[in-house]
Ligand binder design. Structure first.
Ligand code: GZL
Length: 325
């Protein structure tokens, strides 16, 4: 018994020394270069989850201390989070506004507190000057243009003389919804073959995408030639509804989507989606670089747009690198 006890005690002493040795060698974490408050919309899509992950990774890589708050799709929660960042006296505030209007009061409070604000992904609508310093996000209007330019090429290839389109839009009054819709509509406006039967709000959600598609099929049935969906989640919700009525998405109905996440690209490769316009969620590095430049008192560009492309059934996608979101 004694021998066993002695061995057990020796084991405990050894493990304590080993642990102490490991922890004593750890360097003190470097002082954060900057305290950044970020209000994220929620987790409504693979795009949004990828955007959050990228921002967290970039903060770590840049040594930025990140206070990230998830608003769960609520503007009220975003406004409350921005007020907490102000009270906490962060160096810089960043947020992705769920809708464009209703930000003047809280952004005036940030301005009066002397805290610069960066818009990430989406824009705001305001008549007041100087509420924000920079917008880092996609050129959504061009995404709509690229979607429409693909459709015009597709209609030419198929020799279509009339094209009935249904549009499932993102969150009403959000920047991506407004600008994707405008870019698409402006581009097809000159093409007499094109007719938008109806636009309906799917709120960027998979479940709403399914509900919208069910309604559109019940209303327009076989007359639908094209679905233009403002994000992959709604597209992926819509596809089973099309198949449930015996139609083949990608052949009976042309499917055009936006975001470019892995799941949609895989479905594109299967031939059930025809075109996916890329909207990169990887905005973290630009956000950290811009926030650090603001803290250093530098001026920054007013708008930073990432480069984006389309993926479609016109291309060989067999060697496409993993999308990462
Ligand atoms: C686009 C982003 C949109 C995505 C959706 O930059 O705001 O919000 O297209 C996401 O997937 O919900």
């Amino acid at each position: 018994m004694f021998r066993t006890k002695a061995l057990r005690l020796l084991g405990i002493i050894m493990s304590v020394l080993l642990f102490a040795g490991c922890s004593s060698g750890a360097e003190d974490p470097a002082e954060p270069t900057l305290l950044l408050g970020f209000s994220q919309i929620g987790t409504e899509s693979a795009w949004r989850i990828g955007n959050t992950r990228d921002i967290q990774n970039s903060a770590q890589n840049f040594g930025v201390s990140l206070m990230l708050e998830n608003a769960n799709q609520s503007q009220e929660n975003q406004i409350a989070a921005i007020r907490r960042f102000i009270a906490y006296k962060v160096d810089v505030i960043a947020f992705s506004p769920i809708v464009e209007d209703g930000w003047d009061n809280v952004l005036m409070e940030a301005k009066e507190a002397g805290i610069p604000v960066i818009l990430v992904d989406r824009d705001i609508e305001t008549t007041k000057e100087g509420l924000t310093t920079c917008l880092i996000g996609a050129d959504f209007y061009n995404e709509g243009v690229m979607a429409a330019e693909y459709l015009i090429r597709k209609a030419d290839d198929l020799g279509l003389d009339h094209v009935n389109i249904v549009e499932i839009t993102g969150t009403e009054n959000s920047t991506p919804m407004r600008q994707r819709q405008a870019g698409f509509a402006d581009t097809i406006a000159g093409d007499e073959r094109m007719c938008i039967l109806e636009s309906i709000d799917g709120d960027f959600l998979k479940s709403r995408g399914a509900e919208c598609m069910r309604y559109l099929l019940e209303t327009y049935g076989d007359d639908i030639d094209v679905v233009f969906s403002h994000n992959d989640e709604m597209t992926l919700g819509a596809l089973p509804e099309i198949e449930n009525v015996g139609l083949n998405p990608g052949s009976d109905i042309i499917i055009i989507s936006i975001d470019g996440g892995q799941e949609a690209i895989d479905v594109l490769k299967e031939g059930r989606i025809n075109c996916v316009v890329e909207c990169t969620p990887n905005l973290g590095n630009e956000l950290m670089e811009t926030a650090l430049r603001l803290k250093a008192g530098e001026t920054v560009e007013e708008v930073i747009h990432p480069q984006e492309r389309i993926f479609s059934d016109e291309q060989d996608l067999s060697n496409l690198e993993p999308r990462g979101y």
